[in-house]
Design a binder for this molecule. Structure first.
Ligand SMILES: Cc1ncc(COP(=O)(O)O)c(C=O)c1O
Length: 427
């Protein structure tokens, strides 16, 4: 039998990990199983999960209700092609998504990952204007510090520096980048924050199909919380200049910020909405792009033709059935209070980090707690330190952050915040 050491050595040489070199230079920890908010390592250690498997596993691992929904669906069919066929899980999940998202969103396109949901949104926007007789509207406006995924179209609207656009200069579409919003979530709004966005839109709207934003929280591009008024103003400007608004709620959707969708802080309904990650409760990959009757109707004429997209695993019944159960689970308890109590605890317990020499800023919104450092974290040393502390966190850039499962208990959250304080104090 392979020893743990042999497994790790084979992994290091042959298994490519996210954002990693080959052979892998960074430590990797082998997982045996996971239960609730605990990750059991193969070496016997148990970790409290502080980032919900990249913000997906909102109800923890191995949840009996999600397992039960999966078993029931597997016994009927785990997969079925979606071309020319449909099924109950897809129809039911569509109904649920229509019910919980802003009212004008009535059409749902399912796909397998967040990046693809963004690709779909961007293609939909371009093809909408083509259908309307404006084929020159093919560009996109976005803001710096954004992150929308790793496929080429999604990458083209990620922050050009974080996204290493220089490496892909000749293949990546050139988009329009407004300055990142500076007014924070709870500061007084100042209208000059949106000036750069407004100027670009005024100048280039003839060539812009849509603006794309992560509303209120910029996630992997810097964990920045900005003012909801920015989103409201962006929507008004998009309407004025006949440009669509795509909101990417792949990270913020399904309660993470304290609202079901972060766009509710701005009371804005986008033309196109992308969701993913927590949709299936981290059980299995599923994402969706929602749009309005007005946009979908533009595809209904013979001249326009069909929407040119159709992934093989689109609307996978197993993923739809589990997602439906995950959303039923979310609605079965007072998740708003739970997020509020996580928020207050994070605020109280991360605040002391502010006095540490290495720390530049501490910020919390909903179930997102961020400690921003002056210098880049050293992944080689910091990751094993958190494991020694018995918690699983995945810092990046200058950021140490937690986005725990909503089911976390106060004592477990305290273990995470205490570990963050201790580890940052050593830097
Ligand atoms: C806002 C946002 N959009 C898109 C994506 C890409 O999703 P995926 O990794 O499922 O392709 C992410 C992933 O972190 C994200 O945070």
């Amino acid at each position: 039998m392979q020893s743990l050491q042999q497994l790790l050595e084979f992994d290091r040489l042959h298994v490519w990990h996210p954002y990693a070199a080959m052979p892998n230079l960074l430590p990797v920890f082998p997982v045996e199983s996971a239960q609730g908010i605990h990750i059991q390592l193969m070496d016997g250690r148990s970790l409290v999960d502080g980032i919900s498997s990249w913000w997906t596993c909102i109800h923890g691992y191995n949840h009996p209700r999600l397992n039960q929904a999966a078993h029931a669906q597997i016994d009927r069919m785990s997969h079925m092609m979606f071309g020319g066929l449909t099924h109950q899980p897809a129809v039911d999940l569509t109904m649920k998504l229509i019910a919980i998202t802003p009212a004008a969103l009535q059409q749902v396109f399912f796909c397998d990952s967040g990046s693809v949901a963004v690709e779909v949104a961007m293609k939909m926007a371009v093809q909408y204007w083509y259908n309307r007789g404006l084929p020159q509207k093919q560009g996109f406006l976005t803001i710096r510090n954004g992150y929308h995924g790793d496929t080429f179209a999604a990458m083209s609207v990620c922050d050009p520096i974080n996204g290493m656009h220089h490496l892909f200069r000749n293949i990546l579409a050139q988009q329009y980048f407004a300055a990142a919003p500076q007014i924070k979530f709870d500061q007084d709004w100042q209208k000059q924050d949106i000036e750069s966005f407004a100027t670009l839109l005024a100048k280039h709207h003839d060539h812009i199909a849509a603006a794309i934003l992560e509303p209120v929280v910029q996630n992997a591009g810097g964990m920045r919380f900005y003012h909801p008024e920015y989103v409201r103003q962006a929507k008004a400007l998009c309407e004025k200049y006949h440009v669509l608004l795509i909101l990417d709620e792949i990270a913020t959707g399904f309660g993470r910020t304290g609202k079901m969708f972060a766009c509710e802080y701005a009371e804005v309904c986008p033309d196109i909405l992308c969701v993913g990650k927590a949709l299936s409760g981290g059980f299995i990959s599923l994402a969706a792009t929602l749009t309005t009757q007005e946009i979908s109707a533009s595809f209904a004429t013979d001249e326009a033709g069909v929407f040119m997209h159709g992934p093989t695993f689109m609307a996978n019944p197993l993923a739809c059935a589990v997602s439906l159960e995950n959303l039923a689970l979310l609605e079965s308890y007072d998740w708003q209070s739970k997020i509020r109590s996580i928020e207050s605890q994070l605020k109280a317990e991360l605040e002391p980090c502010r006095s540490l020499a290495a720390v530049k800023d501490v910020r919390v919104l909903g179930a997102i707690g961020v400690v921003e450092l002056h210098n880049l974290v050293n992944m080689q040393t910091i990751q094993p330190r958190f494991v020694e502390e018995g918690v699983w966190l995945r810092p990046f850039g200058h950021l140490i952050y937690t986005m725990p499962p909503y089911i976390i208990e106060p004592s477990e959250l305290q273990a995470i915040t205490a570990a963050i304080y201790r580890v940052v104090a050593e830097i």
